[in-house]
Design a protein around this ligand. Structure first.
Ligand code: GLC
Length: 512
């Protein structure tokens, strides 16, 4: 893998679900111009990079994760030129933008799939994975059957309408299973390179890659998929060496091996991420246990061995909002954690003001239970919370009906708000080398039941101790002393003869 682009060292990301961020034309759905208008808000928050969910032509059966044309922006968000302008304006502010690349599947409305369904052989016959008889279903995978004259079942990745693109099988063991280097899989791979080149040449800075770990089939250990990404990375290293790749994989040792710069800890898979934020007793709500998370994190951190970064998100468009589980000062502590850990932090739009998970909504665009985390951004107390000038009935998803719903405007004006705490935290992060994304990290206390979570970040001569104690009781560290506090929330810690006393429900960063 080539060198990691310099800007990733200090990147703090903001995830935007474009449908719900800011509508400038009154049709009730967010758009590129709205995002461009709000770039300075994002920058003031302390975020200098954006990941935007898919914004390409699509029937929107899965909110755009069902692409019908990779080369065309969805008209509801604006034109390709509007998107280019968004890149350019972000760059002027020193910010970077990642698009969401969905390489694993398309919509069944994609013209490639229409061609692939035909009985006669054509250029797209092998673009998707078909068995060679309608009576055979691909074992271990869901499939589409009986929908065309072509005799075969077609493997799907996620929803029924998302047929899987063909990157081949790691170990083909049926006649219809093609090898990774067969003509069809290679054509799919080359097309993905072309799509990436197209958007990179228009000014995007890289991609968050959807379901990056599952492209090659029958590949339990991920070896085929790793090799595939290594090839794509070496292509990018030649053509677009600055292009950033972030994976939705959830196994950093594998994705980083594949050439990704960063991987997410996710709410599924082995990460124990939910132990901290979303479970019956989340650590940051003061009752939980962070030790399994710490053990798994360390394992991944050591395997990544400085070659790549691990990103911890505040939430995303697939999980319940953080505020459903963690509120008030506990939320401030959760953000102090996110903004002091190594790797690039990701803030999901609205989490910075504590937007609620809206219960009881009808599913929108394949959102189902995820719909409640995708409601429109709440900017102020004006019409439609300042999200759109359109009719209430036309809004993409209704605004949170709670009269006390938080807004950006009020949060800005309140010194004690979560938003202002986040601004202080991002400022501290950017002022200290020890908080750089790849600076060192060592756990001091693993947050096992009733104990704080504590770690030391370090770079060059700087060492900063972070202690987060969401529990109701004080904790004493025998062998630690604080020197110079740089951030405290709650009661200050005290250096006593018996040791360092960390107060209940408090947190601090201190030079040591
Ligand atoms: C990813 C996306 C999710 C989508 C799925 C299928 O997990 O984050 O929103 O539904 O992939 O593309």
């Amino acid at each position: 893998m080539g060198k990691r682009p310099e800007w990733l060292e200090t990147a703090v990301f903001y995830e935007i679900y474009p449908q719900s961020f800011k509508d400038t034309d009154g049709d009730g759905i967010g758009n590129f111009k709205g995002i461009t208008e709000k770039l300075s808000y994002i920058k003031e928050l302390g975020c200098n990079a954006i990941w935007m969910n898919p914004c390409f032509e699509s029937p929107f059966g899965d909110a755009g994760y069902d692409v019908a044309d990779y080369y065309k922006a969805a008209p509801r968000y604006g034109s390709n030129e509007d998107l280019e302008e968004l890149f350019a304006e972000a760059h002027k502010l020193g910010m970077h933008v990642l698009l969401d690349l969905v390489p694993g599947h398309t919509s069944w409305d994609h013209p490639w799939f229409k061609e692939s369904q035909k009985a006669e052989k054509n250029e797209f016959t092998d673009r998707y994975i078909w068995t060679d008889s309608i009576w055979e279903s691909p074992e271990g995978y869901a499939s589409l059957r009986g929908i065309s004259d072509r005799d075969g079942s077609c493997l799907v990745n996620f929803f029924t309408h998302q047929p899987a693109l063909n990157y081949g099988f790691y170990k083909p063991d049926r006649p219809w299973q093609q090898a990774m280097d067969a003509e069809g899989p290679m054509a799919t791979r080359n097309e993905m390179k072309k799509i990436m080149s197209y958007w990179l040449s228009k000014g995007c800075d890289g991609f968050r890659v959807d379901m990056a770990g599952s492209l090659v089939k029958n590949d339990d250990e991920g070896k085929g998929t790793i090799a595939l990404w290594q090839d794509i990375r070496s292509f990018l290293d030649k053509e677009f060496p600055e292009a950033v790749l972030v994976s939705e994989w959830g196994e950093p040792d594998k994705s980083i091996e594949g050439g990704f710069h960063m991987d997410f800890l996710l709410h599924f898979g082995p990460s124990h991420y939910n132990d901290l934020f979303r479970c019956d007793r989340p650590f940051f709500a003061g009752k939980g246990d962070a030790s399994e998370f710490v053990a798994k994190y360390l394992d991944s951190y050591n395997k990544a061995d400085g070659r790549g970064l691990i990103c911890i998100p505040s939430g995303n468009h697939d999980m319940d909002r953080l505020a459903k589980y963690i509120k008030g000062d506990d939320a401030k502590m959760a953000f102090a954690f996110l903004l002091s850990m190594p790797g690039a932090p990701y803030i999901y739009y609205g989490d910075e003001i504590g937007m609620r998970y809206v219960e009881g909504l009808t599913s929108k665009e394949g959102g189902y239970n995820r719909t409640g985390s995708r409601s429109p951004m709440q900017w102020n107390r004006s019409k439609n919370a300042g999200f759109s000038e359109g009719d209430k009935a036309d809004l993409y998803i209704p605004i949170d009906p709670d009269e006390n719903r938080p807004t950006v405007e009020e949060s800005m004006a309140d010194e004690a708000s979560l938003l202002n705490e986040i601004r202080r935290l991002t400022a501290i992060r950017s002022a200290h080398k020890a908080f750089r994304n790849s600076a060192g990290m060592e756990f001091v206390c693993d947050g096992a039941q009733g104990k704080p979570l504590a770690y030391i970040r370090s770079a060059e001569n700087e060492k900063i101790l972070v202690v987060l104690n969401p529990a109701d009781s004080d904790h004493v560290f025998n062998d630690i002393r604080v020197k110079e506090l740089i951030y405290v929330l709650g009661e200050k810690p005290e250096n006593k003869e018996s040791g360092l006393v960390v107060k209940a429900k408090s947190m601090f960063f201190s030079k040591i």
